[in-house]
Design a protein around this ligand. Structure first.
Ligand SMILES: [Zn+2]
Length: 436
């Protein structure tokens, strides 16, 4: 039987390592701690080398190699700015009767520790899985995702095709949409893409007392505004249709009506959703300006200025289509458009009628009584995306219960996870692992 206190203590130790991507010393420290916290895991699993990274990859031999499954979580964390305003120092690993505090406690070390603690306990009781199991823990999810790519390459070279993969993603949410009361377990079945586009305008610089209007910055400003207001086509993915239909009974008013009739009244419903910032991203590609630079002085006109847009593309939306939409919206040949970063959306949408999805759904329902489990399109990005070449059934779920406020602390000040959630996560992974 898994001792929840052991997992809580392990999590607080794991948090104390400042594993910001690239900080090798911290990763070495974390690995050493994991080996001493979960000796049975490291004794029974084969450690596979992932050259040139601080990623960890473990293999547990099962009775069969036909349908291997994989569990992933990332070891790295985002930095903690403003350390002095945290209630407890972000890398102290402080814990009280209710919470484990610190950067990474929720994102994503609770999964890392709960997976290992569950496995350690099962193995101590003589667990032998039906199928091979892999455990992959990337070292730079928050920055590049190279660790996960390298893990995937190692598996690919060994000819591994995964039957299912479980990674972070959705959560068990207490207010999934405004006005909802019941618990919703959102399993991410696909991810949106993310593109960074730089707009640059060059022109006449000089002293601001004798300007040529419009200045490069004014042209740029207009272009940025047009991009944000551009019409990206609405597209209804089957997983989004299903997601809204499943939650419609819990929603009131216009939103409830719209969710319920999302198929029959597609046009008006699309219109309603496009005006709700929390829902629009599910049915269309979004665009927002995030960075800008121009002159450094109030009285100098910069001869060149630029702004960066971040676009999140729906699965199926191509880079060229996005650029064409932007070009048409800007309608100004003086504005140069350059793609500076491009990560395509998911090419695979996990089948929410498949046995892998059903298995995770059943386990969630067992751990969280009364939860409504739904498929979900992730609007953010995760490591799971990197495994699409070797796995058709990727399930993105952090098995912890969160309200909007708790979710908001994820990359913010006072990130923490409740001890209750640590226990729930362990219950989830123990139950799921023992069925594989
Ligand atoms: Zn994460």
């Amino acid at each position: 039987m898994l001792d929840k206190n052991l997992a809580v203590n392990a999590l607080s130790q794991a948090v104390s390592f400042r594993t910001v991507a690239g900080n090798k010393e911290a990763f070495v420290g974390l690995h050493k701690a994991l080996k001493s916290l979960f000796p049975v895991v490291f004794e029974k699993c084969e450690t596979l080398d992932v050259p040139g990274t601080c990623a960890l990859l473990l293999k547990l031999k099962g009775k069969s190699s036909e349908k291997p499954a994989m569990f992933t979580a990332h070891q790295d964390v985002v930095p903690a700015d403003n350390e002095q305003v945290w209630t407890h120092a972000p890398f102290e690993g402080f814990c009280d009767d209710t919470w484990v505090w610190g950067r990474g406690s929720f994102d994503d070390k609770v999964s890392l520790i709960a997976i290992l603690a569950s496995l350690d306990s099962l193995l101590s009781d003589g667990f032998i899985p039906e199928n091979d199991l892999y455990f992959g823990f990337g070292d730079d999810e928050e920055t590049m995702g190279h660790g996960a790519q390298d893990i995937c390459r190692v598996l690919s070279e060994r000819g591994v095709k995964l039957d299912m993969l479980v990674d972070e993603g959705g959560a068990v949410m207490k207010e999934f949409l405004p006005g909802m009361k019941g618990l919703v377990g959102a399993i991410g079945v696909a991810e949106k893409g993310s593109m960074a586009v730089r707009l640059t305008v060059k022109g006449e610089g000089g002293h601001s007392s004798t300007p040529v209007n419009p200045s490069p910055l004014a042209r740029l400003g207009e272009a940025v505004h047009r991009c944000e207001m551009a019409h990206f086509p609405v597209k209804w993915l089957p997983c989004v249709e299903k997601m809204l239909s499943l939650v419609s009974s819990e929603l009131n008013g216009v939103l409830g009506f719209a969710a319920k009739h999302n198929k029959a009244l597609r046009r008006p419903v699309s219109k309603v959703l496009c005006n709700i910032p929390k829902l629009a991203p599910f049915i269309r590609t979004t665009c927002v300006a995030t960075m800008a630079s121009g002159s450094e002085a109030f009285n100098v006109i910069s001869p060149s200025c630029n702004a960066t847009l971040n676009l999140r593309m729906l699965p199926g939306q191509k880079t060229e289509e996005v650029i064409e939409i932007l070009r048409k919206a800007i309608n100004d040949p003086e504005v140069n458009i350059e793609v500076v970063r491009d990560r395509a959306p998911s090419s695979i949408i996990t089948d929410s009628k498949g046995p892998q999805y059903s298995l995770v759904k059943d386990v969630l329902e067992k751990v969280y009584e009364g939860v409504k489990v739904i498929p979900y399109l992730m609007v953010g990005a995760s490591d799971a995306y990197n495994y699409e070449s070797i796995c058709q059934n990727i399930l993105r779920i952090s098995p912890v219960a969160m309200n909007t406020e708790e979710l908001g602390r994820m990359h913010g000040v006072d990130e923490r996870i409740s001890i209750e959630n640590v226990g729930k996560a362990c219950e989830f992974y123990t139950s799921l692992l023992s069925k594989l």
